[in-house]
Ligand binder design. Structure first.
Ligand SMILES: [Zn+2]
Length: 316
């Protein structure tokens, strides 16, 4: 087994060279390739703590089959600037798939897409920014076979809930061009995990998440850790589609609900105070379950404040 660290050239021309860091853990035996993508959104650094544990694990224990490829910092300049978007273009890399040679963000998407094409499974790591969040698995519209596999894998990760994205529906339009959505459209298996933000990450959560990754690798035959047989069905996981609630004014938002709170029609989810006249107005949601909600702070009009889920089923 080898652990290789190298850099993928992003620019096709030789002016203004830039690279993406890549880790490859190669068993030397035939088998599936699993790709882990991290930091498409530069401010979402929770994945680092997990990837550090994963690399640490593979420095001690072998991969038996196939390979694991990790792109740990897709939006490296966003990371340095602590921002979601790619700083040169202001674009969200995770809306640019399959990418092209137009600009820096689309060029990055292009090389990430290429790395993912030959993967049996792609796991895209993100984190919520609000400390009021729950560990969420994301699956996307695909064919039945791929969706069933996604459910199997998500079951092993054991998130608190699953968010189902169908970008052809108007409520999910804004997810078009996301890596998992694009791969799903080609019937390739890709899931995303939304971790809690670093401020609320605990050693216990990270260790159990590492264990869940190992279980998934074992499920694919990449290693033997004897954890898979310990995974029992503890509970059913709810699957939701979601709709966004946006800020109505430029101003401060103060949430009055928590994630997983149930909402009836027009229930208040928080207060918004206009920056212009300091008038306070209630912000109301939709019937369903609150999946995410912003923490108290300034939010521009039109930006996302909350997502409200409609339950469409269970994973048992
Ligand atoms: Zn993200």
């Amino acid at each position: 087994m080898k652990i290789l660290k190298d850099y993928i050239k992003v620019n096709k021309t030789n002016d203004n060279l830039f690279y993406l860091q890549r880790w490859r853990i190669i068993s030397g035996q035939p088998g599936p390739k699993i790709v882990i993508i991290a930091l498409q959104h530069g401010a979402e650094v929770s994945s680092f703590f997990l990837l550090e544990k994963l690399l640490c694990y593979f420095r001690q224990f072998p991969l038996l089959k196939g390979s694991l490829v990790i792109l740990p910092a897709v939006n490296v300049l966003g990371l340095l600037k602590k921002q979601r978007q790619e700083p040169f273009t202001g674009l969200d890399i995770n809306r640019q798939y399959p990418g092209n040679q137009d600009n820096r963000a689309t060029k990055i998407a292009y090389v990430v897409a290429k790395e993912c094409q030959s993967a049996e499974l792609v796991i895209d790591l993100h984190n919520f920014t609000s400390r009021r969040s729950v560990f969420t698995g994301v699956m996307v519209k695909s064919n039945r076979l791929v969706e069933d596999k996604a459910k199997q894998v998500l079951r092993l990760f054991d998130p608190e809930l699953i968010w189902y994205i169908n970008s052809s529906q108007s409520s999910d339009k804004e997810q078009a061009g996301a890596l998992t959505v694009w791969l799903g459209q080609q019937n390739k298996l890709a899931i995303a995990l939304e971790l809690p933000p670093p401020i609320v990450l605990t050693e216990g959560f990270l260790n159990s998440l590492l264990e869940r990754f190992l279980v998934v690798f074992e499920f694919y035959g990449l290693l033997t850790v004897d954890l898979l047989k310990c995974v029992t069905v503890k509970r059913s996981i709810s699957v939701y589609t979601s709709r966004l609630i946006r800020m109505k004014v430029n101003g401060w938002f103060w949430p009055t609900k928590e994630p997983l709170d149930k909402l009836k029609s027009a229930d208040k989810i928080g207060d918004q105070v206009s920056l212009v006249d300091f008038k306070k107005k209630s912000l109301r949601g939709l019937p369903g379950v609150l999946l995410t909600i912003a923490y108290p702070g300034f939010i521009m009009a039109g930006k996302k404040v909350a997502t409200i889920g409609k339950k469409i089923g269970y994973l048992k």
